[in-house]
Structure formats: structure tokens, C-alpha cells
Design a protein around this ligand. Structure first.
Ligand code: AHZ
Length: 311
């Protein structure tokens, strides 16, 4: 309609603030101060916003339908693994699938509903690597806000060109193939996904089939058992790929953290498990609000993955 055409045809300079060209990429905050009476945003049509999002999203779905590595879960372990992998191997396509709208898992708070996050040494090395400040308390360090750790690592991970986060998307099954080696059983070769809101309604809606991502390697870091947690290892039991789960044991910080880091490994071909999901396989203790093991389990998961990709 002509009205719309006229809107779009209006030169940005006419709509811009006096003395501010909103098309200019070099506009500073100072340029705007004191100019609010004449202030206007550069014009846009609603469809431009829709297309800016959907074009990229569907391009990403296309690009990452064949990924090199899929990380399930963007909690402290998954994000740590993504950081190391994305930085070390910018040539690999890495998809992170996070069920929640907001990535970060349990790492937005330190414990209970407290702000600070504790990491036992030597996990302070990981904080220095990522650039998160902390207070040194001797055997352990304290980050002022758990949210500072989570937002800092997330900002680094999401800025990497070889990483795509699909949030509000959950893994609802694993893709399997008969392994080539006799006796190896099936190997994991990708993930089956759906928008989380759809996954939550399989009981009351019919025929909402999922989507898929093929990948030779999956790193599962979905946390301990819960409505969504321990997803991959529970699925391995129901598909009879592992016999049973060990079940996460009670809290013991001193044994729990070492066990999770050391135990981080490829538990069936094509599937590396890290973070608290591993406690459900191995019957390891939980550690409560000490997060060093999550960062270093992510580091070890990345190391295990790179063994595959360095071949
Ligand atoms: O939303 C989940 C969370 O962000 C996500 N997730 C779970 N199932 C999923 C699925 N598809 C996609 N099927 C899924 N995403 O996985 C993330 C797990 O994050 P987390 O913080 O729960 O786990 P983590 O292992 O990274 O960190 C555990 C932190 C804990 S728990 C604990 C204790 O209970 O003692 N102590 C620590 C430090």
C-alpha cells in the first residue's frame, strides 16, 4: 500500500535526530543525549524484522543439520566444553541444544539462592582463561556473582562463528547406527530434536514429529536426573545400550568433584558424557554448590572429543 511505500521511502536522514544520522554506524551515546525531542529510530518494516530472524534461523538449521559435534545442554559443563572446543577448533561446526529458553543451567546462582560461586583449585585456571575475576581464599576461589561466570563464558561462546546455540529446543532422542566393529553395539551418530514446548505436549497433541541433527560425536551434559536431566544416559538404558544407571549418590564435595572430572569420557561410541549427568551413570556423589568440576569436566569432555577429531 502507498502508505507503507512512503514510510519505507522516507530517507533515514529525514527521520533521524537533529544532528544524528541513524544510518551512521558511528553514532555515539553522546550524540543522542539532550536530543530526545527530535529523536527517531531509523525506519523499518515489520517483515524486515521477521525475515532478519527467520532467514538466519532456517539457514542455521540447514547448516547445522550436519554438525561435527553436538553438545546437549548449555549448563556450566556444556558451556565450558563449548568454549574449549570452539576456541581450539574453529574449523568444526558445533551445535549446542538447550531445552530451556535461558541457557546456563544451574550456574546462575552459587547454591540455594545465593549469588556467589565457589570453585576449588585448580579450577581457578579456567576462570583466568575465560577472564572471570575472583577472590582467592587459599584452596578455593569465589566469583562475586555466579551469573558473572555464566554470562562471561556464554558471551565468549556465542561470539564464536563456528558455534550455534539452539535454545528452547530439546533433544528428545538419540540417532543410532550399528557400529562397524563387531561387538561394539550401536554407536550414537546424532540427536533428535524438537522445540521444547512441542516436546512437552506429546501427551496431549498427536503427530508432532521431531527434527534431526547428524553428528559423528555428541557430548551430553544434561545434568542430574530431573524432569529433563540425565536425558541421554536414561535413554541409553531404555534402548538397552547400557544395563542400568548407578544413580547419583549423596553429597560429598571432596570425592564428587574428582570423580566427575576423571570419569568424563566416551561412555558408548559417539557419546561423551560430562558434568552431573555422569553421576547418574557412575553412581558418583554430588558436590552441591562447588562448580570447579563442571568447568574441568567440560575441559576433559573437549579433550576427549578432540582425540576423535585429531585423527
Ligand atoms: O536445561 C538443561 C540445563 O540447562 C539442559 N537439558 C537437560 N535436558 C536436556 C535435553 N535437551 C536439551 N533433553 C537439556 N537440553 O541441560 C542443562 C544442564 O545444566 P545443569 O547446570 O543442570 O548441569 P551441569 O552438569 O552443567 O551442572 C551441574 C551443576 C551442579 S548440580 C550439583 C548438585 O546437585 O550437587 N552441583 C553442581 C555444581
Amino acid at each position: 500500500p502507498p502508505q507503507h511505500a512512503a514510510e519505507l521511502a522516507t530517507p533515514a536522514s529525514k527521520l533521524a535526530v537533529k544532528g544524528v544520522n541513524s544510518n551512521k554506524t558511528t553514532t555515539t551515546i553522546d550524540d543522542m543525549l539532550g536530543q530526545w525531542d527530535t529523536f527517531r529510530f531509523a525506519p523499518i518494516r515489520e517483515s524486515q524484522v521477521s525475515r532478519a530472524m527467520t532467514r538466519r534461523y532456517f539457514q542455521d538449521l540447514d547448516t547445522y543439520a550436519e554438525s561435527d559435534i553436538v553438545i546437549i545442554g548449555a549448563g556450566s559443563c556444556g558451556l565450558s566444553a563449548a568454549y574449549v572446543l570452539g576456541k581450539t577448533r574453529p574449523d568444526l561446526k558445533i551445535a549446542i541444544i538447550e531445552a530451556s529458553v535461558s541457557p546456563g543451567g544451574g550456574a546462575w546462582l552459587g547454591g540455594q539462592l545465593f549469588s556467589a560461586m565457589v570453585m576449588r583449585k585448580p579450577a581457578d585456571a579456567f576462570l583466568r582463561e575465560v577472564g572471570v575475576p575472583y577472590e582467592d581464599e587459599g584452596n578455593y576461589v569465589v566469583v562475586k556473582h555466579a551469573a558473572l561466570f555464566t554470562s562471561t563464558i556464554m558471551s565468549k561462546v556465542l561470539a564464536m562463528p563456528n558455534i550455534k546455540l539452539f535454545n528452547a529446543t530439546c533433544v528428545e532422542d538419540l540417532i543410532t547406527r550399528q557400529a562397524l566393529d563387531e561387538g561394539e553395539g550401536v554407536r550414537i551418530t546424532g540427536v533428535v530434536t524438537n522445540w521444547t514446548l512441542v516436546s512437552m505436549h506429546h501427551d496431549d497433541q498427536s503427530c508432532m514429529d521431531p527434527n534431526t541433527i547428524n553428528a559423528p560425536l555428541v557430548i551430553s551434559t544434561t545434568g542430574h536426573d530431573g524432569p529433563m536431566g540425565a536425558f541421554s544416559v536414561k535413554r541409553l538404558v531404555s534402548m538397552q545400550r547400557i544395563e542400568k544407571l548407578g544413580g547419583m549418590r549423596g553429597l560429598d564435595m571432596n570425592t564428587a568433584e574428582d570423580a566427575i572430572v576423571k570419569g568424563t569420557r566416551e561412555i558408548v561410541p559417539g557419546l561423551i558424557v560430562g558434568g552431573m549427568e555422569l553421576s547418574e551413570v557412575d553412581g558418583a556423589n554430588r558436590m552441591g554448590p562447588t562448580f570447579g568440576a563442571m568447568a574441568l569436566s567440560g575441559l576433559k569432555a573437549a579433550e576427549e572429543a578432540l582425540k576423535v577429531w585429531d585423527i
